[in-house]
Ligand binder design. Structure first.
Ligand SMILES: Cc1ncc(COP(=O)(O)OP(=O)(O)O)c(N)n1
Ligand SMILES: Cc1nc(C(=O)O)sc1CCOP(=O)(O)O
Ligand SMILES: [Mg+2]
Length: 230
């Protein structure tokens, strides 16, 4: 891995031009599935979508073989298309290609974004986990990622996490780069405000929606007042 020099860290003039135009869309919700789903899940997802705008949905089913994920994905992907929500597959470029997904999310051990781009083409969104690392994020950007994801910002029981970035990594990123950034990890409607204020383009959320005491519709609705409030 090469370290970036001070020069490379300076604002690229082409980005500066875009910032002068001052365009950065408001923060949006990126919903992550529960770690496992059953036959009733599509109905719960519809309830979640009824709660407010969701930009993207990631099917993240761990420890299940790809044929089973593909079967489970069918009604979910159809609903996402009907509701105009980007359908993102976690971990597997092959599965994303097989399903014709709108995107794939790759962790640091899930494959090379450049290879993914070759297979999936220019229209499929590729996201990359960057933990708390500016360096990984710049590498992902150089490799052609469509977004970088930082986390885990808060403690979470959804996944074992080893990294705890500060919200300032989001403001650093959005000051320098136009590429969207995602904040993830233990995010709730109660603790999200500093991440939105720091410039997160997307809040990726799982348990705050699926575990909401009043159901997934209320879980999504709870974020309404926070999104875009930077
Ligand atoms: C939006 C988003 N950000 C980060 C992750 C985590 O990906 P990864 O590090 O590969 O871990 P798993 O989710 O595969 O357990 C993600 N899925 N989505
Ligand atoms: C899938 C995932 N990735 C993380 C990371 O830090 O990369 S944290 C996380 C869990 C997100 O779920 P919840 O909103 O329930 O915490
Ligand atoms: Mg992964």
């Amino acid at each position: 891995m090469t370290d970036f020099t001070d020069d490379e860290l300076r604002l690229d003039p082409s980005f500066a031009d875009k910032f002068e135009r001052g365009f950065r869309p408001p923060c949006q919700l990126y919903l992550i599935s529960p770690p496992a789903i059953d036959d009733g899940f599509t109905a719960r997802l519809a309830q979640a979508f009824d709660g407010g705008e969701v930009a993207a949905f990631q099917l993240r089913l761990k420890g299940i073989d790809e044929d089973a994920i593909a079967r489970a994905a069918e009604p979910v992907q159809k609903l996402c298309a009907e509701r105009d929500v980007a359908f993102i597959i976690n971990d597997s470029v092959a599965l994303a290609q097989r399903l014709g997904a709108d995107g794939v999310h790759l962790g640091q051990s899930d494959g090379d974004p450049r290879e993914a781009r070759k297979l999936l083409g220019p229209r499929v969104q590729i996201g990359v986990t960057c933990h708390d690392s500016r360096h990984l994020a710049m590498e992902a950007g150089e490799a052609g990622a469509d977004y970088v994801a930082f986390g885990a910002f808060y403690p979470t029981t959804t996944k074992e996490t080893l990294h705890r970035p500060e919200p300032s990594i989001l403001s650093w990123w959005t000051t320098l780069f136009e590429l969207p950034c995602v904040a993830i990890g233990g995010i709730t409607a109660e603790n999200a405000a500093p991440l939105v204020a720091a410039g997160a383009d997307f809040l990726a959320v799982s348990s705050a929606v699926w575990g909401h005491a009043d159901g997934p519709e209320a879980g999504v609705r709870a974020f309404a007042g926070i999104l875009g409030a930077s």
